[in-house]
Design a protein around this ligand. Structure first.
Ligand code: SAH
Length: 344
């Protein structure tokens, strides 16, 4: 069955007219799915019943079931565990900021990238998410909270660039003016550094922000933390980032998870400075969120500040990531993993 929520308006027109429906029905239906966030064909009150029934026969209407919601008592951050139509679980996070609400979504069930500090990859990769399944995380959260989402970050479980075609289609649908109409500038895609896909994304003519998971200032250290570094050297990754900036004018956001005694000493700060000096970029320092399967410990506040000050002295823009939802299985993949293990 065709996954109707992953179709563009044009494709939907083609499908519906092939069924003998009038073309204007596609616009109505698209609006029901992507703007009014209908949970089923039966919600679509201004469409004839016969048409809705015909659609049920022909299309799959992806929606997610809410399995669990955790709410932080510290900052109101909410973490959602959703069941996909095939029973697989994904998690998404809702964060409230002064400038609006932000949702962090997953792009795959599990992950095959194997970053050492990350919980999402411990059980390996199951499958890619469909565009509809990425959208529906945002739609479901909008329905539940009753509040508009203004920012979307693809930073949950999975490597978005490893699900490239679905990612690009998801962005197209999410930013479409007949849907939620979220500004491209309010979307961030985070990658561990798949070089060919970064270059391809640069050529798509989008205005989204690219976040690059750096986590180390040299190849040797990066290989220890991130297996993908064995495939693409830091030089290749940085070239691809320069290309992304040149093509889009969007400054890159470099993510650097600080792990005590692993990547946080003064030499490493200096190396990072030489790597980034002169680039139009931003560094996000994230005290690593420890997972029980590894003995990585987060850099303490004082050393984090010291690292930050060094970068700033060299005119590299830098922020320390505010830790949201510390009390609710903060690190990506932790909630899902705990749930799956309990079931087994
Ligand atoms: N696969 C993509 C996006 C998902 S991970 C990527 O690698 O960028 C989102 C971000 O969270 C990445 O920067 C990742 O390295 C980081 N991350 C994963 N586990 C973490 C942990 N335990 N503590 C801090 N950051 C973590």
């Amino acid at each position: 069955m065709t996954d109707i929520k992953s179709l563009t308006l044009q494709e939907l027109k083609t499908e519906l007219t092939a069924m003998g429906e009038k073309a204007f029905r596609a616009g109505q239906m698209y609006e029901w799915m992507h703007k009014k966030l209908a949970v089923s064909f039966d919600d679509m009150a201004n469409l004839p019943k016969a048409m809705r029934d015909a659609c049920k026969e022909r299309f799959e209407y992806v929606s997610l079931e809410t399995v669990q919601v955790q709410e932080s008592k510290i900052d109101g951050t909410k973490k959602f565990l959703f069941a996909l139509p095939d029973g697989n679980l994904v998690e998404s996070v809702w964060m409230k900021y002064h400038h609006g609400n932000s949702v962090c979504i997953s792009s795959q069930v599990g992950c095959k990238m194997g970053c050492r500090f990350c919980a999402s990859t411990l059980d390996g990769w199951e499958r890619n998410l469909l565009p509809s399944e990425m959208l529906e995380q945002i739609y479901a959260i909008t329905r539940i909270t009753g509040e508009r989402v203004s920012n979307v970050v693809v930073m949950g479980t999975g490597e978005p660039m490893d699900n490239y075609d679905h990612l690009v289609r998801f962005i197209e649908l999410l930013t479409n003016e007949d849907g939620l109409n979220i500004s491209q500038r309010n979307i961030t895609v985070s990658t561990c550094g798949l070089v060919p896909q970064i270059r391809k994304l640069a050529d798509e003519n989008l205005q989204i922000t690219l976040a690059l998971s750096l986590h180390a200032p040299n190849d040797e250290k990066r290989k220890e933390l991130m297996p993908i570094a064995k495939k693409y050297s830091l030089a290749e990754v940085m070239d691809a980032c320069d290309y992304y900036f040149a093509k889009t004018g969007r400054r890159i956001s470099f993510e650097y998870a600080l792990v005590a005694g692993v990547n946080d000493n003064d030499n490493e700060a200096e190396e990072l400075i030489s790597l980034l000096q002169g680039k139009n970029c931003h560094v996000n320092l994230i005290p690593v969120n420890p997972i029980k399967e590894r003995d990585y410990v987060s850099t303490n506040r004082q050393n984090t500040e010291r690292f930050k000050n060094k970068l700033e002295k060299s005119k590299i823009q830098c922020t320390i990531r505010r830790e949201m939802g510390r009390d609710i299985d903060g690190a990506c993949g932790q909630l899902r993993r705990r749930h799956v293990q309990k079931e087994q």
